[in-house]
Design a protein around this ligand. Structure first.
Ligand SMILES: Cc1ncc(COP(=O)(O)O)c(C=O)c1O
Length: 460
């Protein structure tokens, strides 16, 4: 055999071996996937509900074998750090929201930190400066407030409305000063805030609007998704939220400069905005060794130029693999959350003389995170009695997060401005709690919850 033939034979053998390996790996992967389905089915068979014994969680992860398969598949790939799955998740969530850009991160709290940090970026024409004010609410989650303080900005607290638990737009107007630069609030428990009024005020006063949409994915206001009104919106994928990655978060924006600032703060503060793994000549800037910075050697590798005081808040690709499966289930989850809410609401209506039921604005279509209940003053019982009764029946309850954040030990001495007396916020810290509506609540669990609630409230 001449050497040309010999080389050809060698090449054919190598290719066949490669094909065999690919085939073998794909067979092994299929086997693993089938085993996961078996494990999942085994676990599912064991699930049962014993009233009074089985815990009725307020929320939790809802999944099938697909999420576990996706996670294991991704772990076999062993890319680990943010990569292809993350990019795909960002693209799909952006499409769902109808936003230009989604940036994934490792939690909703990190998303909030990145959103506020981005507003201080030198990339903006008029970035926020130390001592600038951000209007927000005290009845909410601590890490909606914390990034304001962490960025040396001043939170200005306004009250919420008792029935919607949302920021009161009339108070926003009263709170505005020379230093006001932004409004930052959550759509409480999935209930959309009055976005038309808020956006009108923001426009008139040239203020940024950041929507903490962590509890409100898929809620709508006047036919438009919450999280798509302001300059930036944030998301949490911790298990109780509308979709989960275990831990995880994201930000959405239509503003290219803000997206770049967010990415930089997320990725160590680096100036380079090429995607992970992008080659220096193919990356977004196509200019890895040609940048000039005042105090750096000429052409210093752009990957190692730091133009923000940043963090590393990236999630793992493994998390995003789960997120991709969860996104497919989002509309089904939303439907179930709405149905569960309606069922509880209809039952509780007859007790309206003892409890304040949640209200929502005309044009709002909440995808509820939970069902809030506020005890009326003359109800004849206090919150602790109600909550203890339900917990004894194995029905999980939660407070409206920090209640009034200014009463929390870590926040007592923060620099702040308060507008008015926060009367409703004060009422909430003493009288409000919530129960679940999440898609994992089966009909028998919901019926059991309703039965127990009726039992307690009928005593008064
Ligand atoms: C309104 C709101 N914002 C932010 C967060 C923080 O999200 P994470 O737990 O992912 O940090 C939460 C958490 O539940 C939340 O409810």
């Amino acid at each position: 055999m001449d050497s040309e033939k010999e080389n050809l034979m060698k090449e054919v053998v190598e290719r066949l071996e490669k094909l065999y390996d690919i085939r073998k790996e794909s067979d092994l992967r299929r086997e693993v996937s089938e085993k996961i389905s078996e494990i999942y089915e085994l676990r599912k068979k064991k699930e049962m509900f014993i009233p009074g014994k089985t815990k009725v969680n307020y929320s939790g992860r809802v999944h099938d074998e697909k999420e576990i398969q996706a996670l294991v598949e991704s772990s076999i790939d062993f890319w680990l750090t943010l990569g292809e799955k993350g990019l795909k998740f960002e693209k799909q969530l952006a499409e769902h929201l109808g936003m230009n850009k989604v940036i994934v991160c490792n939690s909703g709290s990190s998303a909030n930190l990145l959103a506020i940090s981005a507003l201080t970026s030198h990339l903006l024409e008029n970035p926020l400066k130390e001592g600038d004010e951000i209007i927000t609410i005290a009845a909410g989650f601590p890490t909606t407030i914390a990034p304001i303080i962490q960025n040396n900005l001043i939170p200005v607290f306004v009250d919420v409305e008792l029935e919607t638990l949302n920021i009161d737009p009339n108070q926003i107007e009263q709170a505005i000063s020379q230093r006001t630069r932004a409004i930052f609030f959550a759509h409480t428990l999935g209930n959309p805030a009055q976005m038309d009024k808020i956006m009108e005020i923001a426009k008139r006063h040239n203020l940024y609007v950041i929507e903490d949409n962590c509890d409100a994915l898929d809620s709508k206001y006047n036919g438009k998704l919450t999280g798509t009104f302001g300059d930036i919106s944030t998301y949490s994928f911790y298990p109780p939220h509308h979709i989960t990655m275990g831990e995880g978060g994201a930000l959405a924006t239509n503003n290219h400069t803000l997206a770049r600032a967010i990415t930089s703060f997320r990725d160590w503060g680096r100036d380079c905005y090429c995607q992970t793994g992008e080659k220096d000549t193919q990356g977004a800037c196509k200019n890895r060794f040609n940048h000039k910075f005042k105090n750096l050697p000429e052409g210093y590798d752009h990957k190692y130029v730091y133009s923000h005081i940043g963090y590393n808040l990236k999630p793992l690709d493994l998390q995003c693999a789960i997120g991709l499966e969860q996104l497919k289930k989002l509309s089904e989850f939303t439907k179930k959350r709405k149905e569960n809410f309606t069922k509880i609401y209809e039952t509780l209506k007859k007790h309206e003389n003892k409890i304040i039921l949640p209200e929502w604005y005309e044009g709002a279509e909440p995808s509820w995170f939970a069902f809030p209940i506020t005890i009326r003053e003359n109800s004849g019982f206090v919150r602790t009695e109600f909550v203890k009764f339900l917990e004894d029946k194995q029905i999980e309850t939660r407070m409206l997060f920090g209640g009034n954040i200014l009463r929390q030990p870590g926040f007592e001495n923060i620099k702040r401005r308060v507008v008015g007396d926060l009367k409703n916020t004060e009422y909430i810290i003493n009288n409000t709690f919530f129960i679940g509506v999440y898609p994992g609540l089966t009909e028998e669990k919901i019926n059991y919850m309703i039965k127990c609630i009726n039992e307690f409230l009928s005593r008064y």
